[in-house]
Design a protein around this ligand. Sequence first.
Ligand code: 6R9
Length: 647
Amino acid sequence: MSEAITSVLEENRSFEPPAGHQGYIPSLAAYEALKARFSDDFDGTWGDLAGQHLLWREPFTRVLNREKAPFFHWFEGGMLNVSENCLDRHVAAGLGKRTAIVWEGEAGQVRRISYTELLADVCRAANAMRELGIKAGDRVVIYMPMIPEAAVAMLACSRIGAIHSVVFGAFSSLALRDRIEDAGARLVITADGGSRRGAVYALKPNVDEALSEGCHTVRHVLLVRHGGNEVPTVPGRDIDWHQALNVQPAECEPLAVESEHPLFILYTSGSTGKPKGILHTTAGYLLWSRLTMCWSFDFNPAEDLFWCTADIGWITGHTYSVYGPLCCGGTTLMYEGVPTWPDAGRIWKICEDHAVSIFYTAPTAIRALIKAGDEWPAKYDLSSLRVLGTVGEPINPEAWMWYYRVIGKEKLPIVDTWWQTETGGHMIAPLPFATPTKPGSATLPLPGIDAAVVDEFGHTVIGDGGLLVLRQPWPSMLRGIWGDEKRYVDTYWRKFGSRYYFAGDGARIDEDGYFWIMGRVDDVLNVSGHRLGTMEIESALVSHHQVAEAAVVGRPDELKGEGICAFVVLKGEFTEGLAAALRAHVVSQIGAIARPDDIRFANSLPKTRSGKIMRRLLRDIAAGREITDDISTLEDQTVIEQLQQRV
Ligand code: 6R9
């Protein structure tokens, strides 16, 4: 068991929520009451919330249809539009002058975009996309830096019923091509380049490279000029974003779509080689993005400045940089650049300069900030902060305590939110002004969410570790894997006979009913809060001409949570510089986030008699731990020694 997990198991500190503020859900009693409403009338309660929180063009006639489970249908009969919910209704309510997006660039430039302006931009972009032939149901890939145009592009898709698929800007051209092809995208929206560590990196050439083979569905590329870097363009195919928008009217009637109309596809890693396109639909996703802003963050759109540091290439950026805050009519901050640039005080400087009140980041960022030293936050006035959130991986109690003490001055609630790309929004999280917190625990399921820890047979376990499941559907649940119904059923529902959603995480529930997430139980790594499949990296490695076989495992990493260790068997002789070449190869196949930290070579890989790679043994070797597996049956004992050598 890793040290982080052991210390989580021994953690027994508890902190009361801050007093003196009436939160959205103000007390544990109110939480219990809301939970009781769900137990008494599950469908009715969801229906009431959907009626109150969303703007409907046609009211829904049925809350939840379970007939085709695990393909659930929410809010049947209802018609609505996401961009209308995020923009028009706030403008209509007289909030047009309110800032929707505050954007800061790495060089310190600031843009403030009001709801009126954002609506006009989204309409122009929607009109421009229509003129390029994009219709409801068409897929649009967005490959962009963290700039407001990325949010405009997402909202513009939703305005005309197109399905967006955002691909993280650090993914390679090959990873981009796979996603464009799998989604069958008609349009790619990209930028010339973005900023990173004081320099401009190019994005557009990756799109050109991706489109140079296959991708026959793509008709056009919309190009945002942002980085100022020279990029080649293909006449007829590539269209300048600003030129295209400028000639369009600032009005575009939002297309009302059915509740279950697809809103977006987001690719994420699973335990097999091919990334899966997680499908989210309109009404349920939007409802939960708004409700969790209220419940987990106590978001007050009239006063708060909300900053979620996640890139829009991840689900956290979708739900909490764009849809959640905007659906509430509040202000969201976007920062484009490295959080420690030009120095480790940048994050805290942004918090001070813009008076950020709710701050949401990942444990890996917190650990990097701890390492930089307490003098950095000490330089800035952080008194505007009132809620601190974390997401993406288990937070070790030491990092939690630092966040609480040094940033929160022991006065602010720490909201540790457990959820996944598949869940659309938070599932387990404290209510900041109601739930007592324990360092390292995501605390309790949100109202309406039926989370449990079960054994292999689906029986509830209390006290011991088990598998984390969700026993009831929820509105923002994934509706499938794009183009692969079978994989959806097999991955999430097969294990417990279509009754429970299987999350792929291990967890434990303590005597107070608190959830302690213990990490993935499948072959998925969590590197700096980014999900990566071991098989994905293995297939990248074996696609190199010198590699015969490869196995990839995670190993504990102080900063990144998990590091990547690759064990490689070569086809021929070892050649000088091979480890570096293999690293570069993986980066070109997937992206920089998948670069192995450690590559080890051997004549063969340790396997069981049935031929399975002994992954637990490899994990022990990678972590430098004592070997607990029985290795007496291994044909070649020297392999272990070879694998223990670092190159
Ligand atoms: C939102 C997001 C999902 C996986 C998930 C789990 C891990 C996320 C966590 C957490 C412990 C938390 N995870 N939040 N583990 N505590 N608060 O991160 O989505 O990229 O799909 O990753 O991340 O292992 O299964 P995604």
